[in-house]
Design a protein. Structure first.
Length: 112
């Protein structure tokens, strides 16, 4: 089971996974927990990946599934993406799909 820190700023739900690796071991519980937030009506989500230093294809797939579940009315943002994680996004061209910010503050300002 994956641990999260969550809090809200205005309409933005900020989710900070408390894991070093977003991989096959935690991807399903990660996706399920974020889906619960979406089902509760959360449509603007910021993933703060400050603690995450590795994402495999399962973790990336979970993030893509979350984006799809948000639908047209929702937005998924990312921040504090480490270099290895950013490289995975670039390698898979997902850096073109996701709005990635250097800091949480930049993401929050962009949403306002």
């Amino acid at each position: 089971m994956i641990q999260f820190e969550t809090y809200e700023k205005d309409d933005l739900l900020i989710v900070k996974p408390k894991v070093k690796r977003l991989d096959a071991i935690v991807a399903v519980s990660f996706k399920d927990k974020i889906t619960e937030f979406i089902n509760q009506g959360k449509k603007l989500i910021l993933l703060n990946l400050n603690d995450v230093n590795f994402i495999d294809s399962s973790g990336l797939g979970a993030i893509v599934t979350i984006l799809k579940r948000l639908g047209r009315d929702g937005k998924l943002y990312l921040c504090y993406v480490s270099e290895p994680v950013e490289n995975m996004f670039k390698l898979t061209r997902m850096d073109k799909i996701f709005k990635i910010f250097d800091t949480e503050e930049q993401a929050i300002q962009s949403v306002k």
